[in-house]
Design a protein around this ligand. Sequence first.
Ligand code: ATP
Ligand code: MG
Length: 502
Amino acid sequence: MYNYMPEGISAFLKKRLDEHTVSTIKYDYGTVTKTGDGVARISNLPKCKYGELLRFENDVYGMALDLEEDRIGAVILDTSDTVYENSTVIGTGEVAETPVGNSLLGRVIDPIGRPLDGRFLIPEEYYPCERHAPKIIERRPIDTPLQTGILAIDSMIPIGRGQRELIIGDRQTGKTSIAIDTILNQKNSDVICVYCCIGQKASSISGLVETLRDKGALPYTVVVAATASDSPAMQYLAPFTAASISEWFMEKGKDVLVVYDDLSKHAVAYRTMSLLLMRPPGREAYPGDIFYLHSRLLERSACMSEACAGGSVTALPIIETMAGNISAYIPTNVISITDGQIYLEEELFHSGIRPAVNTGLSVSRVGRAAQCGAMKRVSGTLRIELSKFREMAVFARFGSDVDSSTAKLLKKGQILTELFKQKKASPFTVFEETVILLAYKCDVFDDIEIKRLNDFTQKLFAFLKKSYSVLASSINQSGDLSDDDEAELKKAFSIFKGSYHE
Ligand code: ATP
Ligand code: MG
């Protein structure tokens, strides 16, 4: 047979065979003593480490989470049907890892890095799912804005690159939509996005991936998915995997946006795991280390100094509340860990104010440091005006007689509320946001009927895009609004108003 082989190849194979050394890998073998509900108790594995991957028979993997004196408790990552008592289990000596790298862009993977989109994945590198958060000395203050494209957020609750901003609200209040819109808005920026879904329906995940693909956002996005039918251990691992994937890009100097949708389901998965492992339950039956679970995850988002490649990971964790109760255990924990929250209110959502951001309860602790120059200039007192309006609106409901200054305030408030309404998947550019708020500041909308506002702004945008395209692209690129630009825009407003007809 070798006669047919070209000389070069046979020589190469011979050389490889000569060079080959046989090394022995030593595995520890243990025995499953008890199994059920996705959890296994194992004896005879005294050297097992915390978080070590264990291989059961039939290539089923598990993770060691309870290390006791004479036995260990492990959660099973895949289906647990094939793990039975007295079967052998091997300690692999490795912790759970995930593939990282550019090859993941545009892909959908599960928490242990297996592709879910039916295509092969050739990983470049692996990172452990659990890693230490960057040290204080390696970080730098947050100063660059991350544009969400949502006017109400960019103007009043600005998010900076490296910040952790919680999106909190009841079910079906548009939480996921805000996160997805933010991902869509990164299309023309250099931000890489990682979307991690925990415990959602497989159908909604596939719908979401379709949306990302349709809008052209998939090429710069990685989706990590643990569906509701996956084991609690998989759901527990998912956000840590997403964090490791983000960190790889951050270490290469890229800015990354990671969405954890949602951490309430993550907490529930961890509670299930802990209860099955017989850990003592604490408040609301969550285990004692539930705060540590989320804090060590969210601490991994950071804005790195120039000496450490200067990348950043911005996190948008999502929490679902029950009947608007933000003082429950998990919501308060995550509120205290993050650098601010966007609070979505069901009442606003149903009254048609979408996105349903409650500006009174929403904050960004990084504040204006993370806002672009143009926004800083035009968004000055919006929050105060809006809260004054909400207060007045309650009183105005009772009496019909209001003095002229109150009537003006009410009208301005109505205009602002209307301007903040924004459809799903239609993010604004910096220029568009600046134009709306500058026009509002200059009372351009005051004599327009509320129901015609949308039509007016659309026509205004079209006019400006046609006649002021140079100004538009310069503001979009620099994010700044100079005195001259402002004067030019004001002139444009008066020209447009002269020609506007319904
Ligand atoms: P869940 O609790 O199920 O995760 P959620 O809070 O993530 O829900 P979404 O799924 O984002 O909410 O949105 C709920 C519904 O509201 C969707 O049907 C979506 O189309 C609609 N919606 C969200 N934002 C807007 C918007 N700005 N304008 C119009 N409709 C919207
Ligand atoms: Mg959702």
